[in-house]
Write a protein that binds this ligand. Structure first.
Ligand code: C5P
Length: 214
């Protein structure tokens, strides 16, 4: 077993998509398998951390030793993250839907009734709220899925959301739903390119870096 470098530490991880209902049978969501977030929860636990994994709707088994809180919407995810505090670190991997439908229909929208107009309202930014929280974890890590100018966008995101680190993910290839990932770690010191590797390897490497930082 790995040295328990994170023993006594609590880390909150978000993973998966959120589902924002339109009506009882339809929803808006981002594409996310949850695999990278679940692998990170596992890797942190392997180093002895107590991990609260706030998971959107995904078809993945709970990593051993992890406390999992299942949620559906962004607002539920935000509440679950709040309820999990205090924490020493937070890793926000979830692909949170940026918008939700203002008025969720209680009955299924019927096709015969013309094209529905969906009014969208912005969801809370869980990462940005956590970084500005009175109980801000010492280390706040965000993810950024980008298809171009990856480091530039991730650097801007790090500043805008006041995160300590952004793990920038180049999703222009076949990363989505796959088992490998190509990332760059963006910190106050700049960007560091990590070699293309299985999500479990990226997760272990990130967990070790978190242990270094705490
Ligand atoms: O703004 P964008 O969605 O690209 O930012 C991605 C990062 O912000 C991820 O870490 C994601 O988990 C987090 N995020 C969040 N709440 C949102 C939107 C994004 O926590 N509403």
């Amino acid at each position: 077993p790995a040295p328990q470098r994170l023993a006594g530490r609590h880390v909150v991880v978000t993973a998966g998509p959120t589902h924002e209902p339109i009506d009882p049978v339809r929803y808006i969501a981002n594409r996310s398998s949850g695999k990278q977030g679940f692998a990170i929860a596992q890797a942190l636990t392997d180093l002895g951390a107590r991990v609260t994994l706030v998971a959107g709707p995904v078809a993945l088994a709970t990593p051993r030793g992890v406390t999992r809180v299942d949620v559906e919407t962004a607002r539920q995810m935000a509440d679950a993250v709040d309820a999990a505090l205090p924490a020493d670190a937070a890793v926000m991997v979830a692909a949170v839907a940026d918008w939700r439908v203002a008025q969720v229909a209680d009955q299924k929208l019927k096709k015969g009734a013309g094209q529905p107009e969906l009014e969208l309202v912005a969801n809370p930014d869980i990462l940005a709220s956590l970084a500005a929280h009175t109980h801000r974890p010492k280390l706040v890590v965000g993810f950024a899925a980008e298809t171009e100018r990856v480091v530039e966008h991730a650097t801007a995101k790090r500043a805008a959301k006041q995160a300590d680190w952004i793990v920038a993910n180049d999703v222009s290839g076949d990363v989505m739903g796959g088992d490998a990932n190509a990332v760059q770690l963006v910190t106050a010191d700049g960007a560091e390119r990590w070699e293309h590797a299985p999500k479990a390897v990226i997760a272990r490497r990130l967990a070790e870096r978190i242990a270094d930082a705490l």
